[in-house]
Design a protein around this ligand. Sequence first.
Ligand SMILES: Nc1ncnc2c1ncn2[C@@H]1O[C@H](COP(=O)(O)OP(=O)(O)O)[C@@H](O)[C@H]1O
Ligand SMILES: [Mg+2]
Length: 232
Amino acid sequence: ARLERAFTAVRHFSADAAHELRTPLTILKGEIEVTLRSPAAEEEYRRVLASCLEEVDRLSALVEDLLFLARSEGGAVSLPQMPVNLADVLAEVAQALQALADTADITCTVASSPTLWVQGNASLLFRLIFNLGENALKYTPVGGTVTVALSQRGREATLEVKDTGPGIAPEEQARIFDRFYRGDPARGRGGTGLGLALARSIVLVHSGRITVESVVGQGSCFRVVLPLVPSS
Ligand SMILES: Nc1ncnc2c1ncn2[C@@H]1O[C@H](COP(=O)(O)OP(=O)(O)O)[C@@H](O)[C@H]1O
Ligand SMILES: [Mg+2]
């Protein structure tokens, strides 16, 4: 039954992936065909090429995310697990987020944290924190605030990513971790709908849990809890 479930999961995954890849490919093909139909001014060619490049960028991001998801879902066992200091990972993510926050005109505060050792994979953990921070910055309007904090609670590390954005309705909260799910307000913005699916599978690989608390119109708080390496 376990194998059966695994096959079904793979089938669904491939179907979802193919569906998501088909749309940008159809757009690309259409644009190129229309442009080739009759001669046009150089300016027009430039415009079309720029738009095609955007579409190709979207495709590349999507393929990257899919590969990453496939690897973290399928390769959980083969992942090298090492003691990782979450505070170091957070400091690295902070740099990347600060750059995004500056361009978006959002105040981003990442509290520095004491050393917290978890068993896991540093690049996956980077991706986890980055995805949550990226969402917070992406969905929070100009002038808003994003706060990231890490703390120890008993034998667990708690990471909180808080924003003053639009919030997420209760009925949506159950779906945002699904592959390819995107909320309505998100559709105008770049994204693949894979960020939180990735975050969730990374958390699971690390034997942790991820939850969201959110009030529409006030903001959201994503919380990740990870077991600490037992101190000897
Ligand atoms: N911080 C947030 N504030 C409001 N909505 C969010 C936030 N994070 C995620 N969401 C919602 O969850 C959906 C899924 O997020 P994600 O998997 O990262 O995909 P993407 O960001 O590519 O749309 C988003 O489309 C958005 O509707
Ligand atoms: Mg996202």
